[in-house]
Design a protein around this ligand. Structure first.
Ligand SMILES: Cc1cc2nc3c(=O)[nH]c(=O)nc-3n(C[C@H](O)[C@H](O)[C@H](O)COP(=O)(O)OP(=O)(O)OC[C@H]3O[C@@H](n4cnc5c(N)ncnc54)[C@H](O)[C@@H]3O)c2cc1C
Length: 370
């Protein structure tokens, strides 16, 4: 029987390729014609860790990540702490490239895996498999395709009627990495920090020797000198308004799960299935959970279509709630004026319990993945 194909060289594609191999399939990975841009940090929450555990990578992941002790939410203007949520379950920050490197290392030691640096251009379904045409003109046969080629990839177009995932027009993320030794010592604390301002929020946490920094703000406010306008001079973050920091403007995905996750022998995973803005720090974690679920269903179902159907039954409903929650979280974080004042008041009154109950469903992992 032809092996399985996986498209996408991001976290979800690499994880899905490992999952399919672990389930006993020969795998051809089409990792895209341009190398994935894996810069900046990513936080992996307890659900992502459960998935790493079930894929056999938790130990190596611990070695390349920084365990974070708490999530602290503060007011950007005053520095007042609104909530401090201690983290008992595993929660850590990674350099994205290091997280991808774990999968690269595991995949290079996997027999029956071949990699092609090509984009899928056409996908043709047949009764017993798929024929895939890549942008270098080659044709490949496979028993099925796990399409993890992102919100704008060929897989999503083939499977879902809502085509490419959209990009938020009104909001952008400005990202930067700053050496920790150039900043006051408290920035190096093993903590995930969220600062809520008026229409703006800032997230930072350490990764290795660097501070990973994301400022989410209205696109209309990204003008020369935005840093000084957005980060008040009286804020404890004022040091980050330093003109020497190089910022990278990053578009944010809309919260938009695919209308359908499977068409015959093609199934979606990662952002291809569930693009969402990063306000819950869940996109990559959900991609890892997809892979763990695929490994389980591919190992236990009688055939590829049954395995894909089982995976979709398990994942699609759960993830669509998380996509919506990411959207709502972003709206709450982006409040301004009196609504922002009320938000801060409600958060400080609700405290860690409020945050815990908001995140409980998001961080819950399928018990059979552990
Ligand atoms: C500012 C920011 C912060 C974030 N923070 C977090 C966080 O803390 N925690 C978290 O879990 N998530 C976070 N995310 C979300 C996370 O980065 C994404 O959800 C995740 O990287 C998506 O991975 P993916 O592999 O599904 O898709 P992508 O990373 O988009 O990978 C898709 C891959 O497919 C390839 N490709 C495209 N077209 C084709 C084709 N036709 N054929 C073959 N290959 C193709 C591309 O080259 C690419 O390699 C954040 C996102 C942003 C923007």
């Amino acid at each position: 029987m032809a092996g399985l194909a996986v498209s996408g060289g991001g976290i979800a594609g690499l994880a899905a390729a490992l999952a399919a191999s672990r389930a006993g399939h020969d795998v051809t990975l089409f990792s895209g014609s341009t190398p994935a841009v894996l810069t900046g940090g990513v936080q992996i929450a307890p659900n992502g860790w459960a998935a790493l555990e079930s894929l056999g990578l938790a130990e190596s992941a611990r070695a390349v990540s920084l365990r974070l002790n708490d999530i602290t939410v503060r007011a950007l203007d005053s520095g007042v702490t609104l909530i401090r949520l201690p983290l008992d379950a595993p929660y850590a920050s990674f350099d994205r490239a290091a997280l991808a490197g774990l999968f690269d290392t595991a995949l290079s030691a996997t027999p029956g895996l071949s990699r092609h640096s090509a984009n899928l251009r056409h996908i043709h379904q047949q009764p017993a498999g798929v024929t895939l045409i890549t942008d270098d003109g080659a044709s490949h046969c496979a028993a099925g395709l796990i399409a993890a080629d992102g919100g704008g990839g060929a897989g999503r177009h083939h499977v879902a009627s809502n085509g490419s995932a959209g990009v938020l027009q009104r909001k952008v993320a400005m990202r930067a990495q700053v050496p920790l030794d150039s900043l006051p010592a408290h920035f190096a604390l093993a903590s995930s920090n969220l600062w809520l301002g008026r229409g703006v929020h800032v997230v930072h946490y350490p990764i290795g020797a660097m501070l990973n920094l994301v400022v989410t703000m209205p696109a209309s406010r990204v003008v020369d000198g935005w840093q000084q306008r957005v980060i008040p001079a009286t804020s404890p973050l004022a040091v980050l308004a330093n003109a020497d920091i190089t910022w990278v403007r990053t578009p944010l995905a809309m919260a938009e799960a695919a209308s359908c996750w499977r068409r015959g022998r093609v199934v979606l995973a990662g952002d291809a299935a569930h693009s969402m803005p990063p306000h819950l720090a869940q996109g990559a974690g959900q991609g890892l959970q997809d892979a763990a679920s695929l490994a389980h269903h591919l190992a236990s179902a009688d055939d590829i279509e049954a395995a894909f159907a089982g995976y979709v039954r398990e994942r699609a409903g759960d993830v669509s709630r998380i996509v919506q929650k990411a959207d709502v979280s972003g709206k709450i974080m982006g409040l301004s004026g009196p609504a922002a004042h009320l938000r801060d008041l409600a958060l400080s009154m609700g405290g860690p319990r409020l945050m815990q109950s908001w995140l409980a469903e998001v961080w819950a992992a399928d018990p059979k993945l552990a």
